[in-house]
Design a protein around this ligand. Structure first.
Ligand code: ATP
Length: 200
């Protein structure tokens, strides 16, 4: 199985690219979803997060993701502590999910923080989705984020240049959804199969 890491800046269009790949028949796993699952109420991860940060990060008995993200945004030690709980669990969950898949085909792993986690080496092929900052701001505003929130997320993320350095392929998502779909189809039909042939 070819394991592809899919990354990109916030609001760049990663999830849409992942959906197009899924529609074409790829296996798709989302790191954000895994990171939510490993701290679901009742899990060992949940217990560890609560004992590390206390009840203030709970809301109706579940983790209050907003409170948690505000906390780690403002406090580097808290961020490290949370990552120490979540990252190994996500990694194990990913490995388990891979083991449960048919061993052939192409797996797309959507991992927004690929560069920040130093994870590029774990993949056979890395794709980054990049997009004009103006378009990204607009998309994020449409999703209900306020400008100051958007700017601080941009600041906190790795730069487009850092993602492009580790990527085998850069998708520039500055046009229509249709144009984006055509890029994904080209990757699916031509670029990834060629890469897979060369690898085997
Ligand atoms: P995040 O990192 O925040 O999860 P993302 O990189 O996964 O963001 P998406 O959720 O795929 O980004 O895209 C953000 C929004 O922009 C979505 O509503 C998506 O449908 C829309 N979008 C993405 N690309 C285009 C495009 N080329 N034309 C129009 N809308 C687009």
């Amino acid at each position: 199985m070819l394991i592809v890491g899919l990354t990109g800046g916030i609001g760049s269009g990663k999830s849409l690219v992942a959906r197009y790949f899924a529609d074409l028949g790829a296996h798709v796993i989302d790191a954000d979803q895994l990171s939510r699952e490993v701290v679901e109420r009742g899990s060992a991860g949940f217990d560890e997060v609560v004992s590390a940060f206390g009840d203030a990060i709970l809301r109706n008995g579940d983790l209050d993701r907003r409170a948690l993200s505000n906390l780690i945004f403002a406090n580097k030690d808290a961020k490290r502590k949370l990552e120490e709980i979540i990252h190994p669990r996500v990694r194990r969950a990913f490995e388990e999910a891979v083991n449960n898949l048919e061993p052939d085909g192409i797996l797309i792993y959507e991992i927004p923080l690929l560069v920040e986690a130093g994870a590029a080496e774990r993949f056979d092929f890395v794709i980054t989705v990049e997009s004009d900052i103006v378009a990204r701001r607009e998309r994020l505003q449409k999703r209900g984020m306020i400008p100051s929130e958007i700017e601080s997320r941009f600041q906190a993320q790795a730069t487009a240049e850092a993602r492009e350095v580790v990527a085998d392929y850069v998708i520039l998502n500055n046009s229509t959804e249709d144009a984006l779909l055509r890029e994904v189809e080209n990757l699916w039909e031509v670029i990834l199969p060629n890469w897979q042939r060369e690898k085997s």
